[in-house]
Write a protein that binds this ligand. Structure first.
Ligand SMILES: [Zn+2]
Length: 302
């Protein structure tokens, strides 16, 4: 029974997410390298297949050499890389042409890197999971992606890790160890609640638990807590599979015609496609102190 639960891990915003109001810069290259090493060590030790989604502009921001080096580390360790646009573009506010340029430019580093090992970028993940806020835009981008050989990378579980990470980085900078420790505890229990909540949601839609796709971000928080995060899945009997294997489940062949300007997890989209009534109102929210802490800390530093 336990063995039938599977999850594919995906990590967005490579080579490193900007986790503060300040954009990434050349000075972040060293940190980015160290944090990626920490994450990859855990994934490798536990034999967890991972797909990382790259923002080309973040490669440029930490310097092309450092950026490429980090991405090479992922490839050399056997992990896959996908396209996450050039500048983390929001399709809600982009034209179709503009968004297509973002996709093409998003290949600048990963294209040649993957070709050097006889592979190519196979998966595309929309920033914010904004898959097209009008039918015309949604369909045009989907057609463009398919013609360029991409498969859409859906996701079924998120845990607002970017929000926790912003607070975590601020706490560390202020040497506020008490807050940082409390945050790690709350982050893990929130993630556990979200895993359980989304597995219930998907079961409501299909009558069985679909192979999950977990959305994480390439940040300091996840690098610091990754073993415990992985343990949440292990404790629940999940086996780690590749994105390609997860997507073999028939659930992922559900037509994709749901048009929204929001970026819901796929359980909500499937429910809408299949006319299954579900409610998101009891989905757990991150503890309110997290965003309050960020607000208060940033206000205090001005
Ligand atoms: Zn992203």
């Amino acid at each position: 029974m336990g063995q039938s639960r599977t999850v594919a891990i995906t990590v967005d915003d490579l080579p490193y997410a900007s986790d503060t109001p300040k954009p990434l810069g050349l000075e972040d290259a060293k940190t980015a390298m160290a944090e990626n090493k920490k994450m990859l060590r855990v994934f490798s030790q536990k034999h967890i297949p991972v797909t990382g989604f790259v923002i080309e502009q973040n490669v440029e921001r930490i310097g092309n050499d450092a950026g490429r080096k980090i991405l090479k580390t992922w490839i050399n360790a056997g992990f896959d890389l996908g396209n996450h646009t050039y500048s983390h573009a929001d399709s809600n506010t982009s034209s179709v042409d503009g968004f297509e340029q973002e996709i093409i430019q998003g290949e600048s580093t990963i294209g040649p890197l993957l070709r050097s090992v006889a592979r190519k970028p196979e998966y595309f993940r929309f920033p914010y999971n904004h898959t097209g806020n009008t039918k015309q835009k949604h369909d045009a981008i989907a057609t463009f992606l398919a013609a360029r050989g991409y498969r859409l990378a859906p996701c079924t579980i998120d845990n607002s890790d970017w929000e926790f990470d912003t607070a975590y980085v601020l706490a560390i900078r202020r040497h506020d160890h008490e807050k940082a420790t409390k945050l790690l505890v709350d982050y893990l229990s929130y993630t556990a609640a979200e895993i359980d909540w989304y597995s219930k949601l998907d079961k409501q839609v299909f009558g069985y638990e679909v192979p999950h796709v977990m959305l994480l971000h390439d940040n300091r928080l996840n690098a610091d807590i990754l073993s415990s995060l992985v343990a949440l899945f292990e404790q629940r009997g999940y086996r780690f599979v590749t994105l390609t294997d997860a997507l073999k489940d028939p659930a992922y062949s559900t037509p994709e015609t749901f048009i929204t300007k929001f970026g819901p997890m796929w359980g909500y989209r499937w429910a809408s496609e299949l006319n299954v009534k579900v409610s998101g109102s009891d989905e757990p929210d991150p503890p309110t102190w997290i965003s309050a802490y960020v607000k208060q800390t940033l206000a205090g530093s001005n």
